[in-house]
Design a protein around this ligand. Sequence first.
Ligand SMILES: Nc1ncnc2c1ncn2[C@@H]1O[C@H](COP(=O)(O)OP(=O)(O)OP(=O)(O)O)[C@@H](O)[C@H]1O
Ligand SMILES: [Mg+2]
Length: 467
Amino acid sequence: MAGICAAGALLYYVKETQKDDAEHLSRVLAYSLSEYMVVDEVTKRNLELFQTIRDGSKQGSLFGIMDRTVTAMGGRLLRRWLQYPLVDKKRTDQRLDAVEEAREDLTLRRSLREVLDGIYDLERLNSSIVLAHSNARDLVALKLSLKRIPEIKRLLGSLTPELFVRIHDGLDDLTDIADLIERAIRDDPPITIRERGIIRPGYSHELDQIAEISKNGKEWISRLEKREREATGINSLKVGFNKVFGYYIEVSKTHLKSVPDHYIRKQTLVGEERYITQDLKTYETKVLEAEERRSFLEYELFQDIRKRVAQQNLRIQNAANLLAKLDTLLSLAELADENDYVKPEVHCDGRIFLEEARHPVIEKLMVGERFIPNTIEMDDTSRQVLIITGPNMAGKSTLLRQVALLVLMAQMGSFVPARSASITLVVRIFTRVGALDNLSQGQSTFMVEMQETANILNTATERSLAY
Ligand SMILES: Nc1ncnc2c1ncn2[C@@H]1O[C@H](COP(=O)(O)OP(=O)(O)OP(=O)(O)O)[C@@H](O)[C@H]1O
Ligand SMILES: [Mg+2]
């Protein structure tokens, strides 16, 4: 109930600030604490999931190492998966199974990723079309993206894991939308939608007729110069155009005697006289009217096409979601393949066994030296608490974070850097930051550490991982 109220208030706010109904916001998803692992802000920062503590950059963060997505949508989804790891064995296994098969079939994975690579940000395109912010180039980008879907479906057809089957079956190839845009919009339309040259010939009979009139009229006028030169014998006679008088015939003063009677004088300049003729004016009116009507009609047609595409926004959104999922799964497979990760076994046995595990980020950033793998075993009975000692720079902090990172990676459906991994699904990871003093808030190092520890002891359950 509170959720519905909050969602309503948010929508109202969007409507007020955007002056729009935001039709493309199709549904609100409830986020249930019990569905995902809790990764609080402190843990997120301390594990450097999205940015490094030192300079806040993506490079050097876990996300920076993991992201092999090729589409904007996939990148956003991977981010979401990392932020909301699963706690349910069935769903985690589904992702892991999909990643496993995609990792094994290198050729297929390459082909799929190549096709995905040319797909624009469908979510952004979709909302800009619905909000009528998009121009003709956006529609062309949408078309080029949608045209890749049938190939993706074809390639996906041979994959058996459930998640891939669901993507395959749910993916609408949207050929009707691609065809409409193909028929209606030129391949290289102008940026502004008030310009001419958006609509492809053959799409609108009326537009084609108008274009024909305008073209014929212009041709007639351009031939006029030659005709009049021959008729009058004035070789320097010219046809020109300006905004005030429209088309005119220009004759220099030295030839005034040869000017025929039916020329109507319009303007006198220093060296020339400018004339019009009845015929010229008739064609000019035709051309100008046609041009005006043409701009207007193209604009109208474009708006109509955009509206028709906008009406299909739920279908486009759905395809965007499925392609994002595909891209994300393939990204995890690519990562696993490149770095020699292993498929973790996930369960609810209360045991974590990481054999020859590595820190996913540090092993990549180290130059010259090799990362020394280490094995960790914990359970919820006899090995509940581990104490790690060693000199400074021995690698204690690294090991602690490494365990947390691997658990988190496994629960988002990713393979992990280890020789083998067996991981119990945890619902929360606790971090004790300690050393980052809070002196400015009147708390000493010791006090902060005690408070953090107390907080962990008070909130941790048997399915928590704390360090
Ligand atoms: N297994 C490993 N193999 C290779 N290098 C490692 C390994 N673990 C950590 N390192 C590197 O060793 C350095 C020290 O690591 P870390 O900060 O974890 O040490 P520490 O024991 O926590 O030190 P301190 O007591 O000062 O907190 C880091 O530069 C890290 O990259
Ligand atoms: Mg340390």
